[in-house]
Structure formats: structure tokens, C-alpha cells
Design a protein around this ligand. Sequence first.
Ligand code: EPU
Length: 345
Amino acid sequence: MKARTLRELVEHDVDLAARTTLALPARAALYARIKSVAHLAKLGGHGTRRRFILGGGSNLVMRSDFDGLMLHIAITGRRLIGEDGDAWYVRAGAGENWHDLVTWTLAQGWPGLENLALIPGTVGAAPIQNIGAYGLELSERFHSLEAIDLPSGKTLRLDRQACRFAYRSSLFKEEGWHLDGQRVITWVTFRLPKAWSAQTAYADLADELDRQAIARPTGQQIAEAVVAIRRRKLPDPALLPNAGSFFHNPIVDAAFAERLAAAHPRLPRYVQADGRVKLAAAWLIEQSGWKGRCLGRVGMYEKQALVLVNHGGATGSEVIALATAVQAAVRERFAIELTPEPVIL
Ligand code: EPU
């Protein structure tokens, strides 16, 4: 197929509501669906327009129209690129759907990603916020990635260490790669260890497997259990628009967590490798009276207080007003500052 010219790639005044899972009304002045690294290279780093890199639109709050160029990364393809005694190495395009990749690797007999089943979004967005769920983070299965530096046209290769992964964070998030659109993740390689063991310590997952009377689950069975839990607790964006967890789980120092637990004995606490303690934002929000409560056309979801939902026709300002009210309530009751998880544009 003939490579298209840049002019042909760019659309004008594009509606973003259907391209983002919170379905807020917003338009992009310029929008390009990028299907190959060659398309990206053609774009270069020039132009004074602001840019933003769009993946699946599942972690994005549009406050208003975007007066720049939105690059929707749709590079697809996935295959086994190597295998040694220890692991399978799978490479996937940044535009691949995350859950499809999880399902496909399991069907090939390469377990490892099962705890991350049904997370919305794309492969290219996954390393940016180091997606995680049910006791596993992407960083644990990540091998390396390729990106293109648009101003120079050079390919960058980053291994796991270079990516500086942390809880819902990475080098890319810290440096705002998605926000300036100058460096774009194009391909990601995963390392799926052959010495696989089921990771079932997360309470919800252990309970679900118990309920199904599965003592020694396969990767496939773990994925099915995760899908069942997510379907039960998290709203389907197609039916009730949302962007997943709206706030990070706050990480506090051990002494603060201990004082808080003395006052609130049921406080869920997860001790981190560095001794600090991760608290459950959902619990803090519920205790502050916001679970299932609405403000305008948005609310905190009745089955999972951490998920902000659009009950229909909401605007970005309504989302911000609710987020601000929830932050104030949690600050007032617990002296904890909640930080939004999605990108707010
Ligand atoms: N809880 C409440 N009230 C609620 C919901 C939960 O008190 O309404 C309590 C639970 O009882 C539990 C604790 O809060 O003790 C944690 O709840 P849950 O297991 O549902 O997980 P979470 O901390 O709210 C995180 C991730 C989710 C991920 C789940 C499962 C973040 C910000 N969120 O949520 O990720 O699916 O764990 O691993 O880390 C996302 O990032 O978009 C996302 C959905």
C-alpha cells in the first residue's frame, strides 16, 4: 500500500467523546490515526501545534477542546520474537488492544499476563502508567520497548531499568512523553517466564478462586477469575462511561499509617518494599461518604468508590468539581491528599 502523505493522515475538528471512555464532550483541532512507524517518521517533531498521544482513551479526562494535534497510535502486530530456556519473548505494536494481547498469549500457552486481564487501553499506554491489578504490575513482565524520537527520527530502545517503573508511574509518565508528543512508544516486548507460578495472593482473587473451588489454577483460569471480578465490581465503559480508578492509592509513611489505623482499625493497609504503606483510596472515599454519591451528572460508583462515572451528558467541569469535592472530603477526614490517576487535558 502506498504510504499516505501527512496531509492525508490529518483530520480536522474531530469529536473525541466516542474515542475516550469517560465520553466527555470535546473536539480535537487536528487528529491523526497513526498505523505505522513510517507514518510517525513522516510527522517529524516540527510544527508549533501542541500534541498529545492518544491510546485507547481509557485514562483521559477531557476538560475542554484540544487545540492541537492528537496522535492516535494504532500500530498493530504481535508475535513471538524469541525463546530461551527461561522465557518467551513477545513483541506487540503500541496500538494493540491490551486485553486481546493477554488473551492471545494465554491461548498460545504463554502465561504471565493473566492478572492484568480486561484492563482497558492499549499496549503502548500500558508502560506509561505501569498498569497493575490483582497483585501484578506490568513492569514484572516487561522486557524492553522501542520508541521514536520524532525531531531526530531516531529509534530509542529502553530496557526495564531505563523505564524507571514505579506504582502507576514510569520515566514516560515523569517526563510527560504522552503530553509533548515528541517521543512515541511504538513496540513493546514482554518477557513471559517459563517458570510460571500462579499469583493469587490478592484477597479478591483468592476469594474468587475459592468460590470456584479451584486450588491450582492455570493462567487461563486466573484470567477468567479476574474477568469475573472486574465485571462484577467495575463499570463497563460502554454502558456507564468511566476512566477506571480516578485517584492513585496514596502511599504514606509507616508512622502516619499506624496513627490512622489506631483511629480506624478496619483501615486496609499494604506495606511496600520500602516500608511505606499504601492505603486504599476507595476505602477513604467510602468512609468520607462519597460512595454512590453524585454531584451533577457524575458520581463515585456505587460498587467501587474509586471509580468516577458519567451518568450521561456530563462535562469536564463537572468531573473536576466532583474530584475536587472528594479530595476535600478525604483531606478533611483523614488529612490525606488524593492525586488523580487519569491524565487531565
Ligand atoms: N474498598 C472499599 N470501598 C470500595 C471499594 C474498595 O472500602 O468501594 C476497599 C476494599 O475492601 C479493599 C480496598 O479498598 O480493602 C482495595 O479495593 P480493590 O481491591 O477494589 O482495589 P483498589 O485499590 O480500589 C486497585 C487499582 C485497580 C485494580 C485493583 C485490583 C489503583 C489506583 N487501582 O484498586 O486499578 O483493578 O486495585 O488490583 O491502584 C485502575 O487503575 O484504573 C484500576 C481499576
